[in-house]
Design a protein around this ligand. Structure first.
Ligand code: BGC
Length: 261
């Protein structure tokens, strides 16, 4: 570890229903204090979300120099939202890094939520230390993807928006589609099979890690999938976004690419 590496960073995970955060011990990848969750404001505009993130961070006694990593459900162009599927459309083109820096005063690194989860799983969880092509897929409101090749993240892969059989993949195969349509796990697994075989055809991953809240029910659907790659449940589950965002913030801070507070 670089001597500049912080022992602690704060991770925030912004989702469609909740904004969650906790300080993360970067050695163990565990929360250093209990996670706090505040419902996502509606409408989920940049100002409203920025205020909630500040409230969340304010609940902890965070050292001034602790960097904050923010996981966000959109492709992030160096901290700026490119497009957004499942939160307020006014985020398009907005720098999340600037919004959270303004409201908290901390150094901020803003990344895609699935990329954060992928880094969390690769550094501390189910894909720990795995070489080769690792794909972490999160099944939630949308479908998120993180592609990690020999330990290096290829950011913003957005494989949830592949068009499969004429549909945006996440509209059919996300966990929210299972919920919305009242699908059995068997029926949902057929959609997942179609999804993962398409992804496998395109990328030939060595390992697929499945995250998102539903991954705790993996026994009900992962055994129904037949793929060439090994497919396993995430270990950090819903903590992965927070933990991974904190780890990425720490890496950025250590690189010195960070905006100063
Ligand atoms: C977004 C991705 C995000 C995923 C999971 C998709 O709709 O486009 O950026 O990672 O949902 O939240």
């Amino acid at each position: 570890m670089s001597p500049m590496t912080h022992h602690l960073a704060f991770g925030v995970d912004i989702g469609g229903s909740g904004i969650k955060g906790a300080p993360v011990d970067l050695k163990s990848g565990k929360f250093a204090a209990d996670r706090v969750r505040i419902p996502t404001p509606s409408p989920s505009t940049p100002d409203a979300v920025g205020a909630v993130v500040a409230e969340l961070v304010g609940r902890f006694d965070l050292p001034d120099d602790a960097p904050i990593g923010v996981a966000f459900p959109a492709p992030m162009d160096h901290g700026t939202v490119r497009f957004i599927a499942n939160l307020d459309q006014s985020w398009t083109g907005v720098s999340l890094t600037d919004v959270v820096h303004r409201t908290t005063g901390h150094q901020v690194t803003a990344v895609n939520d699935a990329d954060a989860a992928g880094i969390g799983e690769h550094r501390y969880g189910a894909a720990k230390g795995k070489d080769g092509t690792v794909l972490v897929v999160t099944l939630g409101t949308g479908i998120g993807s993180a592609l990690i090749v020999d330990g290096v993240l290829v950011p913003n892969t957005e494989l949830g928006h592949l068009e499969i059989d004429g549909f945006d993949a996440e509209s059919r195969a996300a966990d929210s589609a299972r919920d919305r349509e009242g699908l059995s796990f068997e029926a949902w697994a057929q959609r997942l099979q179609r999804y993962f075989e398409t992804v496998e055809m395109l990328l030939s991953p060595d390992l697929i890690v499945v995250g998102g809240g539903v991954s705790k029910k993996h026994a009900q659907f992962l055994p129904l999938l037949h793929l060439r790659a090994k497919i396993i449940p995430a270990e950090l589950r819903n903590a992965a976004g927070i933990v991974g965002a904190a780890a990425m913030a720490d890496l950025e801070a250590a690189k010195g690419h960070q905006r100063k507070h």
